[in-house]
Design a protein around this ligand. Structure first.
Ligand SMILES: CC(C)(COP(=O)(O)OP(=O)(O)OC[C@H]1O[C@@H](n2cnc3c(N)ncnc32)[C@H](O)[C@@H]1OP(=O)(O)O)[C@@H](O)C(=O)NCCC(=O)NCCS
Length: 288
């Protein structure tokens, strides 16, 4: 499955970059609490037994306008490039996923797609912040605006040496408070959001080397802020110097009193921590 995705999963329009989810990442993403093995679907070539198609679902509780609904979060839909001409395989994977979810009394699937499908209820805008502009420019991952000199571009993308908020890696002892604060924020701010149990928070947020990085700030015994990001690298194709770019993707976070200023500082600090951890870019989506 790792190899199928590494060689065939999402590419940028220019064919320079392809997502390279690590094996550790995939194990994390596909094995949350109450994961159902039967929601992980593969298509094999009958003669070679090679995996040529894949799609997965994991259980998730979504708060939809005040009602908690069990859903399947579907992800990693992929067909090997040379079988995409056989039409009907994608609908087959999706239909089988839906059938298996329905057997478990889960009647809704939620997913993202690079292709516009009927009917989207939200669309995200991706934002990138260079942490290693020399590398990202060389790869073509980022582009320097014409009116800036190289020095000015490096200067704009400078990341401070130190964090301002007193953040430390999140631990198991933080899980109960983080669960309460995160669910409170989700319910108050969003019409449609994930709702977590403590087991979910332990799984999705406790730090895992090279997979997920989560930090909390505490006032005495009380957790006040949390910020996290995950590691999603991409293969760089056809470049003389680099074959991989390491990107930090903003994951869940909340700031003390939901203050906008504090949120901005939390993300400045996340940039500092991601740069320290060797990331080349910090990415976030704005959902409209
Ligand atoms: C996504 C992928 C599996 C689609 O396979 P394909 O053979 O190219 O499929 P097509 O684009 O011809 O679409 C076939 C059907 O699947 C649907 N479909 C395509 N991409 C989809 C997606 N991401 N989610 C749900 N349905 C999708 C199409 O709407 C179409 O439905 P229709 O027959 O009712 O019109 C394949 O292009 C692939 O592996 N791409 C790389 C990985 C990727 O982008 N995955 C999606 C991540 S969001």
């Amino acid at each position: 499955m790792y190899v199928l995705l590494r060689d065939n999963y999402v590419e940028d329009d220019s064919g320079t970059l392809r997502f390279d989810y690590s094996k550790e990442f995939l194990l994390w993403a596909l094995n949350p609490p109450n994961a159902k093995i039967e929601w992980t679907l593969g298509i094999r070539e009958s003669k070679s037994n090679e995996l040529v198609g894949f799609g997965s679902g994991v259980p998730i509780t979504m708060n939809s306008r005040g009602v908690d609904v069990p859903m399947a979060l579907t992800n990693f839909l992929c067909l090997k490039k040379n079988i995409r001409q056989h039409k009907g395989l994608t609908p087959l994977i999706l239909a089988e996923g839906i059938r298996r979810a329905e057997i478990s009394d889960v009647l809704q699937l939620v997913f993202t797609s690079g292709k516009i499908l009927p009917t989207p209820f939200a669309s995200p805008m991706y934002w990138y912040r260079d942490l290693n502009p020399e590398k990202t420019l060389h790869i073509g991952y980022s582009a320097k605006p014409m009116h800036l000199s190289l020095e000015e571009y490096y200067c704009i993308n400078h990341v401070p040496e130190n964090i301002v908020i007193d953040l430390r890696p999140m631990t198991q002892a933080d899980v109960p408070q983080v669960t309460i604060l995160m669910n409170k924020q989700m319910r108050e701010l969003y019409e449609f959001s994930v709702i977590f149990t403590e087991q979910d928070v332990s799984h999705w947020l406790l730090p895992r080397p090279d997979v997920v990085y989560s930090y909390v700030c505490c006032d005495g015994d009380q957790v006040t802020d949390m910020v996290s990001y995950y590691n999603l690298s991409s293969t760089v194709m056809g470049n003389d110097l680099y074959n991989n770019i390491k990107c930090a993707y903003a994951w869940y976070s909340f700031a003390k009193d939901n203050s906008a200023e504090r949120t901005i500082q939390l993300f400045w600090d996340a940039l500092v921590l991601a740069k320290r951890n060797g990331f080349d870019s910090f990415n976030a989506t704005e959902v409209c």
